[in-house]
Structures are given as structure tokens and as C-alpha cells.
Design a protein around this ligand. Structure first.
Ligand code: ADP
Ligand code: DP6
Ligand code: CO
Length: 369
């Protein structure tokens, strides 16, 4: 008897223009477009195995070895429903001999090799890996056997629509490199998808340094935090209408032109506005802590000196919904930045050079002088 099983993995992505706010909480349609960089190394990944079997009496999910409750009508069910529909319409209805996997229950097991729900984008890699694993199980992202020149049965952008139903930020992890999530305007959400802005190979000297300030589960999940912001923040309305559209255009231009100074300025400004919007929420949400703010001061000071000396910026910080910093910098500056961070935070252990994307740190509680 054949075994129907597939394992795939997906990396996290870290937004430079932040998604924070939904206009439709069921379909996960955002209030603004966003843009991110998908990490290319193996430090922050979800690996997911899916298996379909007619003998399974129910669909189950294990996360990091622990069985999770599957909520009826919840995020997993919505992703699965779309993937089953694609399997049925695109494969089973056309090939009478194809096994009816869409009618069977599945078991899904996923592992994150980094802290879950700590503001390091586990929902992004998690739902991207889940979508691509089930898509692989269902034969959706393979070439039709008749011609290898034809595109896969479901394109990455189409699969990004499915991953979005699991977690908004997940749609961007279906692509490598620099990725935009276009907010779209249709109530159906069919135009709210991820597109590639540039592959990683376009700007291979761009590095992301991940500073793990605290790996504990955050107090306010992204989902509930952003909903509270939508309900209470006036600043968010200004951001959506008057800030993000211009920033999206400007950062895409900066990426295309490999203009690090503009990329860095926009990235830092958007991180700061996102945290300002969190503070403008009632009751306010604090994701950054003293160590996060110290990292901002260090990078701002380094940039001030660098601008004076060379006319260019050295690095850009950005913080998601948690205290952990991601520092974007170009390859030539990686060594210097790591040395400085390790000097201020002696616990931060650096990894061997030259990885494009490095993970260093651990629990971090030191105060910065
Ligand atoms: P984060 O900042 O880590 O993205 P979120 O609050 O956005 O935190 O989401 C965390 C939630 O995402 C987890 O509680 C879990 O429900 C889901 N999640 C995380 N990793 C996975 C995974 N590998 N597979 C499926 N779901 C996952
Ligand atoms: C701060 O995608 O985790 O990381 O769609 O409710 O699952 P849900 O939220 P999520 O939010 C991510 C918020 C962010 C910014 C970003 O990644 O763009
Ligand atoms: Co998340």
C-alpha cells in the first residue's frame, strides 16, 4: 500500500515595512501592504511533515512534538480546505486514477528550530511550511508529468493566498529574497498575495543579524495585538493612508537600486512607527524592552559616526512584535557590527563567518552602559 507523505521546510521572513492590522480577520486581509526579507540560512526554520491516510479518523496537528487543538473553522482548517479544493479540481477531477487524497484526513507534524511565538516570526515559517508540505503531499507544486516546461500546478503566489489564511506574514515566506505582500482591494482576498520584488541573488551582500534578546513567549500575540490597534489607534489610520504607500514605493526602488542608505532609513523608520502604533493602542502594547532600546541607540550612534566619516549608513535595526532585534547590514560591515554587539552584550556568542544570515545571542539581560 502506497504511503502519501511529504516533508518540506520554510524559513522566517523579517518585515522592513510592517504588516499590523487586518481589514478582514477571517480571510486575514491586511490594512496595508508590507515588505520583507526571507532569511536564507537554516537558523530559523519550520519543518513540516504531512501524511494522508484513509485510515485516519481525524485530522491532527503536532507542534514541536505536542498535539495542538484544531479549532473548527480555525486557521488550519481554512488552509486545508483551500488545498483540498485545489487537489480535487486540478488533479482528482482530471485524472480518474489519482487517489482521492482530498477526501482523507491528514496528520501534520511541525518543528521549529527556534523559539515559537517569541516575536521571531514562527507563525510565518510555520504556516508557510504547513502550506508547502500539504501542497507537496497533494502534488500541487510539482510539474505536470507531460511537460517539465509547464509551470507547477499551483504557483508560489497562489500558495501564498493559502498560507495567508494561516498567518498573514506567512504568505511572504513562500518566496526567497525580497518579497512584497500586496494588500489588495477585493473583498474575496484573491488579490492579497505575495510577489517577489527581487531574489536574494540580486543583493547577496545584504545580511540579517538576529539578536535574540528574549526567547520567551510574548505576552500579547500578534493577532490580538494588531486587532486592538485597529480598534483603538488613530495613529494607525494616518500610517495606513499617508505613510505606508509612499514607503512601499521607496523601499522597492531602494532594493532595485541596491541603495542601502535608503533601505536602512525606511526600515528603521517603519520599525519605529510600528512600535509607536503599538504604544498608541489602548491599553498600550510594549514589545521592546531596555535591551532593545539599547540596540537602537548603538546602531543610531554607529550610523551617525559612519555618516560623518563616509557619507553612508552602516546598519538598520528592525523589531517585530517582540524585543528581539534584527540588524540588516552589508557583508563588509558584518564583522564590525558583531564585534560591537558582543562588546556591549558579552553573552552574545557569534557564529563563524561568513554566513549570509547569522543567529547569535541567547537569553540577554545585560544593561548597556
Ligand atoms: P511569532 O512572533 O512567533 O510569529 P505569533 O503570535 O504571530 O508569534 O504566532 C505564534 C503561533 O503561530 C503559535 O502559537 C502557533 O499557533 C503558530 N505556529 C508557530 N509555529 C508553527 C508551526 N511550525 N506550524 C504551525 N503553526 C505554528
Ligand atoms: C510585527 O502574521 O504573526 O511581525 O496574521 O494574525 O497571524 P497574524 O499575525 P502575524 O503578524 C506579524 C506582525 C509583524 C510584522 C510583519 O511580519 O509584517
Ligand atoms: Co507571527
Amino acid at each position: 500500500m502506497a504511503v502519501y507523505q511529504a516533508t518540506t521546510s520554510a524559513p522566517v521572513n523579517i518585515a522592513c515595512i510592517k504588516y499590523w492590522g487586518k481589514r478582514d480577520t477571517t480571510l486575514i486581509l491586511p490594512t496595508n501592504s508590507s515588505l520583507s526579507v526571507t532569511l536564507s540560512q537554516d537558523h530559523l526554520r519550520s519543518t513540516t511533515t504531512s501524511r494522508a491516510d484513509p485510515a485516519f479518523t481525524e485530522t491532527k496537528l503536532w507542534l514541536n512534538g505536542k498535539e495542538e487543538d484544531i479549532k473548527s473553522g480555525g486557521r488550519l482548517e481554512r488552509c486545508l480546505k483551500e488545498l483540498k479544493k485545489m487537489r480535487k479540481e486540478r488533479i482528482e477531477d482530471k485524472e480518474p486514477n489519482a487517489p482521492k487524497l482530498s477526501e482523507w484526513n491528514i496528520h501534520v507534524a511541525s518543528y521549529n528550530n527556534f523559539p515559537t511565538a517569541a516575536g521571531l516570526a514562527s507563525s510565518a515559517s510555520g504556516f508557510a511550511a504547513l502550506t508547502s508540505s500539504i501542497a507537496a503531499l497533494y502534488g500541487l507544486n510539482t510539474f505536470p508529468s507531460s511537460s517539465s516546461a509547464k509551470p507547477s500546478i499551483a504557483s508560489p503566489s497562489e500558495l501564498s493566498l493559502v498560507a495567508r489564511l494561516g498567518s498573514g506574514s506567512a504568505c511572504r515566506s513562500l518566496f526567497g529574497g525580497f518579497v512584497a505582500w500586496e494588500a489588495g482591494s477585493l473583498p474575496s482576498g484573491t488579490d492579497s498575495l505575495a510577489v517577489e520584488v527581487a531574489p536574494q541573488s540580486h543583493w547577496p551582500t545584504m545580511h540579517a543579524l538576529i539578536c535574540v534578546v528574549n526567547d520567551a513567549k510574548k505576552g500579547t500575540s500578534s493577532t490580538s495585538g494588531m486587532q486592538r490597534t485597529v480598534d483603538t489607534s488613530a495613529l494607525l489610520q494616518h500610517r495606513i493612508k499617508h505613510v505606508v504607500p509612499q514607503r512601499m514605493e521607496a523601499i522597492i526602488k531602494a532594493i532595485k537600486e541596491k541603495d542601502f542608505d535608503s533601505f536602512a532609513k525606511i526600515t528603521m523608520a517603519d520599525s519605529n512607527q510600528f512600535h509607536a502604533v503599538a504604544l498608541d493602542t489602548a491599553p498600550p502594547i510594549f514589545y521592546m524592552n531596555d535591551v532593545s532600546r539599547s540596540i537602537i541607540s548603538i546602531i543610531e550612534e554607529l550610523n551617525r559616526v559612519s555618516l560623518e566619516k563616509t557619507g553612508h549608513l552602516l546598519a538598520a535595526y528592525t523589531f517585530d512584535a517582540g524585543p528581539n532585534a534584527v540588524i540588516y547590514t552589508e557583508e563588509k560591515n558584518v564583522k564590525q557590527i558583531i564585534e560591537i554587539i558582543v562588546r556591549y552584550f558579552p553573552q552574545a556568542e557569534s557564529n563563524p563567518f561568513p554566513d549570509p544570515f547569522k543567529l547569535f545571542g541567547g537569553k540577554q539581560s545585560a544593561a548597556v552602559p
